[in-house]
Design a protein around this ligand. Structure first.
Ligand code: HEC
Ligand code: HEC
Ligand code: HEC
Ligand code: HEC
Ligand code: HEC
Ligand code: HEC
Length: 431
């Protein structure tokens, strides 16, 4: 005996449930599609691009890759270098073009020691699709497009199996989001289902004649918001959420500000100081060029890496990430390890050049770290203690001559420390 009014209620709840499920399933499909497409081709891959990809892998990949020279040249952005008609005639018969004296053809032929690229009896459409494929691959990040096909040399094959390490983090993030959303949807579906069941049961009870006082009250019960927020359970849950948010902010603050000794974030490229500064003894200021000149020590740009890595370990997937950054004209996103709060002032050149303090005094044995971590506490107490204990490096610095004389006259025997020169005054370190 279900009344007309409650029928409406059910259809509303059921419609809600249904729409949630459809939204969720379409979302899931979309997510899957984008995941499976990753790594094949970047962005929108039309049928053209896919067909071109197959042709490329079967016919060209043995001699060409997108990003590096194999037997023939790297084909990245070839559509920008040559017009389509040129590419069509070249791929059909490159030697004919060379013989005809086409300038570009002769130049590239000579550049590659007069090797002859084979001819291909492809239709215009087929060649266009290959070019489209190359175009799509050119837009993709370098590390994901390491060639796999053909008899590409060992190193590139290894690059492909090693895989792009950085990508997995992003994927994990994507899946975490996915799981989170799935959980939320599940929760909503459960709530709606429970509401439906509760209503069904109420209706069932209402149909019974021999109800007792308590049951009648239950059946007649209406939603009352003041009851909801006065409820103990709701208060506890709200309190808990509030506490979690606070905790999160607190953690964010300490880590964000970087006062955490031992902080060792994972870096986007597996760059090792142990290898570079330790084994290969590259000077710190070869990379951190401003450390003796200015307040902040710079993190080297990708171009500095290229001084060596345009030659060394070119095929390493980690080095490919540097290439990718340069091609995309984006800086490598190193994660900052040391970070004083904005209201304090620290100057590298004052300490390294003027004070003559070694990097290792503050940063620890960097030259034996594979991954940099924060060695010193970087607290105010740490700064001031050192200023109290460290005699000023006054030798050969004319600026200090007079000051030293004055100091020695005033405090017989006491060392002329940084602090005694005002290095513990608040304004020296705080704006
Ligand atoms: C057997 C090796 C080989 C195969 C297979 C091959 N190429 Fe080439 N390709 C070369 C060489 C070598 C050159 C350099 C020019 C020369 O020496 O003729 C070249 C040059 C080119 C160029 C000109 C590059 C530039 O920088 O101007 C294009 C475009 C090209 N190839 C496309 C293709 C396509 C597309 C395929 C597959 C359908 C293909 N090649 C298959 C060896 C090959
Ligand atoms: C070949 C280039 C290179 C050389 C040589 C080098 N570094 Fe670095 N350094 C980097 C790069 C790149 C980073 C950023 C990535 C990282 O943190 O590992 C970095 C990061 C650092 C950091 C952490 C910066 C932060 O985020 O707070 C310190 C400290 C540091 N280097 C000190 C040194 C010292 C000391 C030496 C010499 C013993 C040295 N580096 C030599 C390239 C270099
Ligand atoms: C002065 C030369 C030089 C500079 C500059 C340089 N490197 Fe290196 N790098 C080397 C040498 C040498 C090796 C060791 C190669 C080997 O093991 O065969 C190496 C190895 C590496 C490796 C390990 C590669 C692997 O797969 O084994 C990475 C990653 C790397 N460097 C990143 C960088 C980054 C990032 C920069 C710029 C901040 C940089 N390098 C700057 C010389 C340099
Ligand atoms: C007196 C201590 C001290 C010495 C000596 C020192 N550093 Fe630092 N370094 C710091 C502090 C403190 C920070 C954090 C600065 C900030 O967050 O503003 C830092 C940060 C850095 C950074 C990150 C970029 C920046 O400027 O914030 C690099 C790179 C670095 N130091 C390299 C070096 C190198 C290389 C040397 C040696 C030539 C060196 N440091 C010597 C204390 C020191
Ligand atoms: C290892 C010892 C040491 C540590 C740690 C250290 N300093 Fe210094 N600091 C010195 C020395 C030595 C000088 C004096 C350099 C000179 O002018 O000869 C100096 C000078 C200074 C000056 C200039 C003082 C003046 O009188 O002009 C400032 C500002 C300063 N330090 C800030 C800091 C801050 C901020 C920190 C902490 C993040 C810090 N220092 C950590 C050794 C240290
Ligand atoms: C040698 C440099 C130096 C001098 C001198 C110095 N401070 Fe600081 N101060 C720092 C640094 C670095 C921090 C950030 C690290 C930290 O919070 O411990 C800081 C943090 C602080 C904070 C934030 C609270 C905290 O601990 O996080 C306050 C407040 C402060 N300083 C006040 C002062 C006052 C007042 C003086 C003068 C009596 C002074 N400082 C002198 C370097 C200095």
């Amino acid at each position: 005996m279900i009344s007309c009014k409650s029928n409406k209620k059910y259809s509303f709840l059921l419609a809600l449930l249904f729409s949630f499920l459809t939204v969720f399933s379409s979302f899931a499909q979309g997510e899957q599609a984008s995941v499976s497409q990753d790594g094949v081709t970047a962005g929108a891959a039309g049928p053209d691009v896919q067909a071109g990809g197959t042709l490329f892998k079967n016919n060209c990949a043995s001699c060409h890759a997108i990003n590096e020279k194999v037997v023939g040249p790297a084909l990245r952005d070839i559509h920008k270098k040559h017009k389509l008609p040129w590419l069509i005639s070249w791929i059909r018969n490159s030697s004919k073009m060379v013989q005809s004296g086409d300038k570009q053809a002769v130049q590239i032929f000579n550049e590659y020691d007069k090797q002859q690229m084979p001819s291909f009896a492809f239709s215009d459409e087929e060649i266009t699709s290959i070019v489209k494929y190359i175009e799509a691959e050119s837009a993709a990040p370098v590390a994901t497009t390491a060639p796999t096909g053909g008899n590409a040399n060992d190193q590139t094959a290894q690059a492909a199996t090693d895989g792009p390490g950085g990508e997995s983090i992003g994927d994990a993030g994507k899946y975490l989001n996915f799981i989170l959303i799935a959980l939320i949807v599940l929760l909503i579906v459960m709530v709606i289902t429970l509401l439906i069941i509760a209503n069904l049961m109420k209706d069932y009870l209402r149909g019974k004649k021999d109800l007792e006082g308590n049951d009648i009250e239950l059946v007649e019960q209406r939603w009352d918001f003041s009851k909801v927020y006065k409820s103990r359970a709701v208060q506890v849950i709200a309190g808990l959420i509030f506490f979690c948010v606070l905790l999160d902010i607190a953690i964010e603050e300490t880590y964000g500000v970087g006062l955490s000794q031992g902080y060792q974030p994972r870096q986007p490229i597996a760059f090792s100081h142990k290898l570079h500064a330790g084994e290969h003894q590259i000077n710190c200021n070869y990379c951190h060029t401003s450390v003796y000149k200015s307040a902040s020590a710079n993190i080297p740009s990708a171009n500095i890496c290229m001084n060596c890595h345009s030659q060394i370990k070119k095929d390493s997937p980690e080095i490919q990430k540097i290439y990718s950054a340069i091609e995309k004209n984006k800086p490598i996103e190193w994660v900052r390890v040391h970070n004083l709060p904005d209201f304090s002032y620290f100057n590298h050149s004052q300490h390294t050049k003027v004070g003559g303090i070694e990097c290792q005094t503050c940063h620890g044995p960097i030259e034996s770290m594979n991954v940099v971590y924060q060695y010193s506490p970087l607290t105010m107490g740490w700064c001031i203690n050192c200023h109290r204990e460290t005699p000023l490096n006054t030798e050969g610095n004319k600026y200090y001559d007079n000051l030293v004389k004055l100091h020695d006259e005033a405090n017989k025997g006491a060392a002329f420390t940084v602090a005694s020169n005002g290095g513990a005054e608040c304004s020296k370190c705080h704006y």
